[in-house]
Design a protein around this ligand. Structure first.
Ligand code: DHK
Length: 146
């Protein structure tokens, strides 16, 4: 069975409660349920995680490196700061997709730069939590049958 990792960075555990005018009212549990409903019937295993700690995200990327066929990541604020997450993603040979719930390009200028985009095969921003499903559809198209 092929495994897809979906990783979420800092503060996304507060999705639904945090600045709902920007991030919406659905929770991270809703995101996970939507992702599972999309990929599991197709035969993929989903590993869905969130952490506020940079090292934990890096450890999951290292785990994915040898066990997964693709990775979708919303690095949240680490998007704009983390060379370490970029370096970890650069060790992965499978498709990597970057998701942002909000349209980061419509927001503060410090959100316009992404270290992760230097590695990502595709970037989805501003599609709300549906962006995760869009990224997963692209992943399944690229990696083929589970
Ligand atoms: C989420 C965050 O927490 C921010 O730090 C990013 C991203 C944008 C999002 O839109 O999902 O700048």
């Amino acid at each position: 069975m092929k495994t897809i990792f979906v990783l979420n960075g800092p503060n996304l555990n507060l999705l639904g409660a945090r600045q709902p005018e920007i991030y919406g009212r659905e929770t991270l549990a809703d995101v996970e349920a939507n992702c599972r409903a999309l990929v599991e019937p197709e035969g993929y295993e989903l590993r869905f995680h969130q952490s506020n700690a940079e090292y934990q995200l890096i450890d999951w990327i290292h785990e994915a490196r040898t066990t997964a066929c693709a990775l979708v990541i919303n690095p949240a604020a680490y998007t704009h700061t983390s060379v370490a997450i970029l370096d970890a993603l650069n060790t992965c040979e499978f498709p990597v997709f970057e998701v942002h719930i909000s349209n980061v390009h419509k927001r503060e200028s410090f959100r316009h730069h992404s270290y992760v985009s230097l590695r990502a095969d595709g970037v989805i921003a501003g599609c709300g939590i549906q962006g995760y499903e869009l990224a997963l559809r692209r992943v399944m198209h690229l990696v083929g049958a589970a």
